[in-house]
Design a protein around this ligand. Structure first.
Ligand SMILES: Cc1cc2nc3c(=O)[nH]c(=O)nc-3n(C[C@H](O)[C@H](O)[C@H](O)COP(=O)(O)OP(=O)(O)OC[C@H]3O[C@@H](n4cnc5c(N)ncnc54)[C@H](O)[C@@H]3O)c2cc1C
Ligand code: FES
Length: 266
């Protein structure tokens, strides 16, 4: 669907994990004429407050869930100026929104096994994908890692829909002790996964490690990438990533989802 520039209203705000908020926005214009955003797409938020241009540039956030016929949820880690302002918004506040943007994940055929791999806030778009897959009768497996237990957002809602969730924490405070890529390697060790579709989102080192595994285990992997963004519309080139071939691609409009082998090499 075509991106719209609109005003959204904060309808819910909740802390889900350390420095991590869930914000629900009502944005009717994104759902006009029966259209709806797709998993893996994102929105640019800003101005974050009426009558203010602080911060000057809009900020990109993955669509975490669709929570109603005119509502979407975002998962926001408070890391700097813009996200601190977002964290101070209350129900009833209004902010600018541009979206949906980007290409989104390739939706796999319902017959294929699905493996999702999330590192930290990379879980945000994978929730949306997992819920849409469940709605089509697919029960994906989600491997989800974070630094420690207090940084994990709750996954019970996904599990209730049939998603099998395996957790990893760097410090061993919940689930497997170590990186989520190590957990995935252990789980896939004795499993053939021909024809499996996989999607991953998280830090670059994690995506690289998961891509290595995908090569060895025959997973068809897509990765969702992040970068600083200025326009979100393909005009400024500020979000360019260089593929393994040396070709440049704009994360905002050629991505954010790419085939892993395009990014990290065959
Ligand atoms: C397609 C896309 C989807 C995203 N989805 C989410 C999401 O669902 N939830 C979420 O919390 N964040 C997400 N991000 C990252 C989010 O946009 C940034 O964290 C946010 O813009 C930071 O704004 P700020 O003003 O608070 O931080 P600033 O004050 O601008 O910066 C604070 C610190 O964060 C670092 N930083 C800022 N942006 C990024 C970035 N994109 N990548 C790495 N480091 C960065 C800066 O270098 C600095 O150290 C996404 C980014 C992209 C491109
Ligand atoms: S953010 Fe401007 S081209 Fe992508």
């Amino acid at each position: 669907m075509e991106a719209v520039h609109t005003q959204a209203e904060v309808t819910k705000r909740r802390t889900l994990a350390r420095s991590t908020l869930l914000i629900e926005l009502r944005a009717e214009d994104l759902f006009k004429n029966g259209q709806r955003p797709a998993p893996g797409q994102f929105v640019m938020l800003g101005p974050l407050k009426e009558d203010s241009t602080d911060p000057f540039l809009n900020r990109p956030f993955s669509i975490h869930r669709l929570s109603g016929p005119d509502r979407l949820e975002l998962l926001i880690a408070v890391v700097g100026r813009g996200t601190t302002i977002l964290g101070s918004l209350m129900p009833g506040d209004r902010l600018g929104l541009l979206g949906p943007l980007g290409n989104g994940f390739t939706f796999p055929e319902p017959s294929r096994p699905v493996v999702l791999v999330a590192g930290g806030l990379g879980v945000a778009p994978l929730f949306f994908l997992a819920e849409e897959l469940c709605a089509c009768g697919v029960q994906p497996r989600l491997f989800y890692g974070a630094g420690s237990v207090d940084l994990l957002v709750p996954t019970d809602g996904l599990q209730a829909q049939g998603v099998s969730v395996k957790l990893a924490t760097d410090d061993g405070s919940a689930g497997f002790a170590g990186f989520v890529s190590e957990l995935l390697a252990q789980e896939l060790l004795n499993q053939e996964t021909p024809d499996a579709y996989s999607a991953a989102c998280g830090p670059m080192d994690m995506l690289r490690a998961v891509t290595d595994l995908a090569r060895n285990r025959g997973l068809d992997l897509e990765v969702s990438l992040e970068s600083r963004m200025a326009c979100g519309l393909g005009a400024c080139l500020g979000c360019t990533v260089f593929l393994s071939t040396g070709a440049g691609r704009r994360i905002c409009c050629d991505g954010p989802v790419f085939r892993a082998r395009e990014v990290f090499g065959p």
